[in-house]
Design a protein around this ligand. Sequence first.
Ligand code: ADP
Ligand code: SF4
Length: 692
Amino acid sequence: MNSRYQVLFDKVPIGPVVAPNRFYQVPHASGMTEANPRIRAAFRGMKAEGGWGVVSTGAVSIHPSSDDSPLPYARLWDDNDIHAHALSCDAIHEHGALAAIELWHGGASAMNRSSRIAPYSPSGIPWAATHVGFMGQLRPKIMDAKDIQDVIRWQAEAAIRAKRAGFDIVYVYAGMGYLPYEFLISEYNRRSDAYGGSVANRVRFVRELIESTRDAVGDSCAVALRISLEELRAKPSDHFESEAHEVVTLLSDYPDLWDVKMDSSPTDCSASRFREEGSHERIIDFVKQTTTKPVVGVGRFTSPDTMTSQINRGILDFIGGARAGIADPFLPNKIKSGRQDEIRECIGCNICISSWHDGVPVRCTQNATAGEEWRKNWHPEHFSKTPSKDRLLVVGAGPAGLEAALIAAKQGFEVTLSDQSEHMGGRLNFETSLPGLNTWRRVTDYRLYALKQMNNVALFTASKLDMDEVLELGHERVVLATGAKWTKSLYSSLEIPVGELNQPNVYTPDDLAMGTKLKGPVLVYDFDNYYLGGVIAEELAKQNLSVVYATPAGHASAWTIMTNEQPFVHQNLETAGVRVITQTLLNSYQGTIAELANIFTAKPEHVNVNSVLIVGLRSPQDDLYQALVANPEATLTAGIKSIDRIGDCLAPGAIVHAIYSGHDYARNLSSKPSELFLRDIPIALHPPGPVI
Ligand code: ADP
Ligand code: SF4
């Protein structure tokens, strides 16, 4: 290990327990619940195996009055739930790490759609009421004195269940708009009793939650406080620099550990497109000077130098990570063994967050094995050696081809990877040149670096293969990762891609990738709805072109609500001077006039533009695949045993889909999969009965 990084491996006491190092996997949404306890345990166990000294759950509901359905949330309501969580604790402890649990009451944010209990709140103020997906029609009730005492008791009872499950650190969670946070923030808390008014009164509920948790379990478990400080830091205080300073001072030594963060998901877990590594520091930098207790914070840390600097400068005691550990559970061990070049760095795309919004276990662009540790028995670092002497030809070195080549090579296959372009990386070569997407280069860099270290891999660029050349090479296994092409398809009011706009001066992102310069003004018409349409509009505006961005959706880059990016997409387009028209179809383009029509009313609008760029439908570029499978005799004679398609060539998708597709293909090369995956089921040691 580089001696500079030694400090990251110090043991650090947290109340009555001791963390083996400073790598702390903070609570994060994983989409894993009591419905899939084994998937969850294996996911967390892998982080511990990879060297994280503390591994935490995500939010765990303490009571049915904190019910986040239909979003996936964990709970700790009864003995069956204890058993489900015990699996995670065992998996974490097996590798010497501490297990932490984030006990959670959502207050007004939990719509209790399943339990049908009136949501709890300090003063009846609803949460995030304009945020699609979190909207509900039920306004929260105002908690009375008994309700307050009930929640404090439920927290203590849940803490006792947590201890029985085997957790070492038990959280009080006062962040992100949830119930204890609502007591802290004056806009939510308009009470006139002992729990409202002054800051000293507003911290009372949090302090009593900490005290009741400590009384319940504090002899052998540490009690952590997780708190959002962004809003509080923006509020002036009479005697302190801000309300954040006042709150931290008042609660200073009550918890055994401070876990500090931002207030909203887009700023707390921001995409690399909009926030740099370590972006929380400006909000949380004062906490360590205000308490004697250890402090953990996050900031999409992947560089050991940045981590070391945070410790040495006295900002943090623990390097908190959620995404860093999803992308590479073995990050700590790689630093420890001097292999930091091998870290599979998070790219900050937030596909992992989108999995939670989708209601499924976490998926990661960089790490195809995340969430598949148990159900597919995929280990991110271990690969069984193949007895096969088959050689593999991978055509196309985009994300899918790179991943397939790497995973096959790790199993010992002789691999030839060939791309027609002068640079490996496929679509990423162009896309990572666009505003904010440079960090995504890590997808290519990580894989190419690894492939170049291996002596069973031959890499060819500027090498376009046709059918004859594939036959001539005669590798036993052939996989086509030749990507997809953007089409000029339009879109109908039935929300179906229709026809094509084959007119002069109509372009797709592929034209930009090949270096075509557009003449302004430009209409960017986007029904792909992910990042590319918005980011291209931003890029064209930066080139001083006048840009109109139109979409049938209600927002620009509508799907980016799933990745915490949408507010910033709109901010950037506004700053760049792009005019945004939503709920709009592009019907025709004649001369310089593009005819748009409202998708609901058909009301027309004309815009004068010299270029139209359509970011809509992609279709697989699978000519070579089709030619090969249409010639079974020739391929048999050439000795080819299998021909497959992966990535966009099979089904166009996001980079996460291409990586997964390449990984899955390569894992299945050595063994024929007899089943898709193992199916997890809830733990039911005790019969169904009343809820607590
Ligand atoms: P994916 O996301 O599925 O990996 P990409 O579009 O990113 O797909 O990458 C596809 C790659 O395949 C591109 O780099 C392209 O240059 C390459 N390619 C396409 N056809 C051929 C071919 N016939 N021979 C070699 N490379 C090809
Ligand atoms: Fe990082 Fe993207 Fe993986 Fe999330 S999905 S951990 S942001 S690489």
